[in-house]
Design a protein around this ligand. Structure first.
Ligand code: PLP
Length: 255
């Protein structure tokens, strides 16, 4: 069986982000996706209307039922929703130190809607940061996690907080023509990529990128190889994204 990535992620019923993005991206990476569902959200491509989080016990029961069943090589987390769920994931990861772990520190939806209480989530993420093989924050999340506005200082602070590797995604920076991402390992930048900025807003781009990276890591790629591969794949997927009927955020076409 294909190496499996176990995703801790929420349902976005629009199919743009969340667990559907994870399943599609990981399938495209060549690995198999399994899901421990953290929350059911109510949203469309324009707005998040609310969510109900899974209980900690239900979340762990979903994950534990898969441990002996599937060849799990990596874990990926997206929306976790509550501090209880963050604590549950930390407990699960400590029981499985051999799993690679991609931490996408989701705090808010790209549409701006709440996916949890940002202040308490930021505090709880501190427990997960040292457990991650790589973190994939955008610059808004990086600043929120560290309390530092300057990006170099924020990156350094995240390493002080125990990060091993960080992919800093520049999509929210004021660079009208391009997006710059930079990969840091043990405090040093090891690669940077610039791709042309595409028009419009995309729903689930962060989920897709982090999941594709997790899929490639599960298949044995080195981190820099997995990241470069995922960035190239994501650019094509966003270029082909489809615009919803009323013109909300575009839905990436991952097939
Ligand atoms: N997870 C869920 C369930 C979501 O609904 C969202 C955004 O709406 C995200 C994650 C984050 O999405 P993005 O990849 O756009 O940052």
């Amino acid at each position: 069986m294909r190496p499996t990535v176990l995703c801790f992620s929420g349902l976005d019923p629009s199919g743009g982000a969340g667990l559907q993005a994870d399943i599609e991206a990981i399938g495209q990476s060549g690995a198999h996706a399994a899901i421990a569902c953290t929350a059911l959200t109510i949203q469309n491509s324009q707005q998040v209307f609310g969510f109900e989080a899974t209980s900690k016990d239900l979340l762990l029961a979903q994950a534990n039922a898969l441990v002996q069943d599937l060849p799990i090589k990596a874990v990926k987390s997206g929306m976790l929703g509550t501090t209880d769920n963050i604590a549950a994931l930390a407990e699960f990861l400590r029981e499985h130190p051999d799993y690679l772990y991609v931490l996408d520190p989701v705090l808010v939806a790209n549409s701006g809607g709440s996916l949890g209480n940002q202040e308490t989530l930021v505090k709880a993420f501190v427990e997960l940061i040292p457990l991650a093989t790589v973190l994939t924050p955008n610059t808004v999340e990086l600043r929120a996690l560290t309390g530092e506005q300057d990006l170099d200082k924020a990156t350094a602070k995240l390493f002080e907080m125990g990060a091993k590797a960080i992919l800093v995604k520049g999509g929210h920076e004021d660079t009208p023509d391009y997006i710059r991402n930079a990969l840091y390992v043990n405090g040093e930048m090891i690669s940077e990529t610039k791709c042309p900025r595409l028009d419009g807003e995309y729903h689930g781009s962060g989920c897709s990128l982090a999941s594709f990276i997790a899929g490639r890591l599960a298949l044995g790629d080195a981190l820099n190889v997995a990241v470069n591969y995922a960035e190239t794949w994501l650019f094509g997927v966003l270029k082909n994204a489809e615009t919803p009927v009323v013109g909300g955020q575009k839905i990436p076409k991952r097939f």
